[in-house]
Design a protein around this ligand. Structure first.
Ligand code: SF4
Length: 319
């Protein structure tokens, strides 16, 4: 398998920047691609552009470096697809390739013959090849069209599982790394979900039960809290102020707190007894072990406030 920018070298990117009449170019890379910054900056400078690299942490297209763009004509954001419309931003994909024959490892775990096929943005270009492979093995692979925060067919994000909501499928096959996305899809759809890592060839069935047990324990800890901070992200693709206002209205002990980076130290400094996260949903689920106090999802806070029952538990998504 290989990883590559979509253009051959940076020549296609240079053509696009030239066509826009850009003079100064801002570059933004997610954490895993930051080391490409020097290579791209050099190529663009040799082509006659001035270059500024954003050095801040970046985990998604929800966090565009608009502050760096303020000093440039255009921002090139690498490795993610857009989550909302942004003028003056070019999204450069980073594709990670693999042989679709690796799907063979997942076939014995699948139920039925009608399968929903989903993946992350690095692998969306392999969706047609995966469909062909599954068809040749006697499966009907159904792929949802792109929409909203996930513009590519079959694409899911950690905050958006829309592409897994496919009517009539008997199971979901997620092709990608890690189990967060498939666990979210298992909770969201109630279907059997098989996760296949195309880089290691490891296939496994996932369920949402362990996550729900962990989250129940966090909610119990938060139950007696005398104060709640409702966290609102100032990152443009994570900000959910209206949701935060609704949540703050559920409890006289809640106050809205805006944050750019949600860190354990800052939560300690603010000193509230518990928090409700309306920023990137993964923060509450993935990072609870780092946080010194309970950090609930919006839906968990609703349960605590009697607005929803435990049977109506849902994983948080950004619409
Ligand atoms: Fe990824 Fe979180 Fe941003 Fe969604 S909100 S795109 S999961 S970093």
């Amino acid at each position: 398998m290989t990883g590559s920018m979509s253009s051959s070298g940076s020549s296609e990117l240079i053509d696009r920047l030239t066509a826009r009449g850009a003079k100064t170019v801002a570059l933004q890379f997610p954490e895993g691609l930051k080391r490409k910054a020097g290579e791209y900056a050099r190529a663009l400078r040799e082509a006659g552009f001035s270059v500024i690299v954003s050095g801040d942490p970046c985990y998604g297209a929800c966090d565009l470096a608009l502050d760096t763009l303020a000093f440039a004509d255009v921002l090139v954001h690498f490795g993610h697809a857009p989550v909302n419309d942004q003028p003056d931003v070019i999204f450069e994909p980073y594709h990670v390739d693999f042989d679709p024959a690796v799907l063979e490892k997942a076939l014995p775990l699948l139920s039925g013959k009608t399968i929903g096929l989903v993946t992350t943005v690095q692998h969306v270009h392999r969706i047609p090849a995966m469909e062909t492979f599954l068809h040749a093995r006697g499966f009907e692979a159904r792929v949802a069209p792109g929409s909203g925060r996930t513009p590519h067919p079959g694409q899911v994000l950690g905050c958006c599982f829309t592409a897994a909501r496919i009517p009539g499928v008997e199971a979901i096959l997620f092709v990608g790394t890690g189990v967060f996305h498939p666990v979210g899809m298992a909770l969201t759809t109630g279907l059997k979900v098989i996760a296949l890592d195309p880089l290691t060839g490891t296939a496994q069935e996932v369920s949402g039960e362990a996550l729900q047990r962990r989250r129940f324990a966090v909610m119990e800890k938060a139950r007696g809290a005398g104060s709640f901070g409702i966290i609102v992200s100032t990152k443009q693709g994570q900000e959910r102020m209206e949701l935060a206002k609704y949540l703050a209205g559920l409890s006289p002990h809640a106050v809205i707190v805006t944050m750019r980076e949600v860190s354990p130290d800052e939560l300690l400094n603010i000193g509230l007894a518990a928090y409700v996260n309306t920023a990137c949903p993964r923060l509450a689920y993935d990072d609870q072990v780092r946080f010194p106090v309970p950090v609930l999802s919006p839906q968990e806070f609703e349960i605590l406030c009697g607005k929803r029952t435990w049977d109506e538990y849902e994983i948080d998504e950004i619409p």
